[in-house]
Design a protein around this ligand. Structure first.
Ligand SMILES: [Mg+2]
Length: 262
């Protein structure tokens, strides 16, 4: 839903390809957050990556030169934990395939690890994934546990390569269990709705800023908020002319967006 940029009160800002790329800060990032702070605009940095905790993400940003409060960071691991608190009472058993960024929010939310008869199997990227973990997840889901995925990304880029992502692990578990997972991360609208709630703002005054049409912009459209694409990450001008997913606004980078919002 397109709104005037000047009427926006809150931004959900994707990280990789928008604020940094790999371990390089993108042009205009520092000035952009200074601008948002000065204008008292609410913002939340959102990432589909569920391996890191907000503390770890904030530390990475600090090392790159940007100070962001941990409370302004929202990962798909946190989104999965919040989603589950709506579905199941505190103390419900969960089997976790994932790392700190998923384990920590689930435990903090009061869930209990259970690898025998969990109510839920929650799957994020786990760089120590094994046949044994796949088997435990498979058996649990076949016994009736509900399957939740943090994000559907089949791959993620590391320097020159594409490595298996959370979606690839999830696919192995759906393959052996026959279950259809609920996925909370982008392009599902769920994570954006939870982030909007987390900020305490209204949908009609909120926009997402992202670098991908098939995740960020699509999720924004599904959530019914304004969508802003920056061309510093995955999507190119050429992708834009070919895609049926059309963002409300397109900017070359955060510098251009800041100038348009000023
Ligand atoms: Mg991105």
């Amino acid at each position: 839903m397109r709104r005037q940029l000047a009427s926006l009160r809150a931004l959900l800002v994707d990280l990789d390809g928008v604020v940094y790329r790999g371990s390089t800060l993108l042009d205009g990032s520092t000035e952009f957050f200074r601008f948002l702070n000065a204008k008292c605009l609410a913002y939340c940095l959102i990432t589909n990556n569920a391996t890191s905790t907000p503390t770890q993400v904030a530390r990475k940003l600090k090392d790159l030169g940007i100070e962001i409060a941990e409370s302004s960071i929202f990962t798909s691991g946190q989104a999965a934990a919040r989603y589950l608190t709506r579905q199941a009472p505190v103390g419900t058993g969960v089997y976790i395939v994932g790392e700190d960024g998923l384990r920590q929010p689930l435990l903090e939310a009061g869930f209990r690890i259970d690898d025998v008869a969990p109510g839920y199997v929650v799957v994020g990227l786990d760089r120590e994934f094994t046949y044994k973990k796949m088997a435990i997840a498979c058996v649990a889901v076949r016994r009736g546990a509900k399957l939740i995925g943090t994000n559907p990304d089949k791959t993620f880029p590391v320097e020159e390569h594409l490595l298996p992502g959370a979606g690839a692990l999830l696919a192995s578990i759906t393959s052996c269990s026959g279950a259809r997972p609920t996925v909370v991360g982008k392009p599902s609208a769920e994570m954006l709705k939870l982030a909007i709630e987390h900020l305490g703002v209204r949908k009609r005054e909120t926009a997402i800023v992202g670098d991908r049409l098939d995740t960020d912009v699509l999720a924004g459209k599904r959530a019914g908020i304004t969508t802003i694409l920056v061309l510093t990450g995955v999507a190119s001008q050429e992708d834009l002319s070919r895609s049926r997913i059309a963002p409300d606004y397109v900017f070359r980078d955060l510098n251009e967006l800041r100038a348009a919002m000023a």
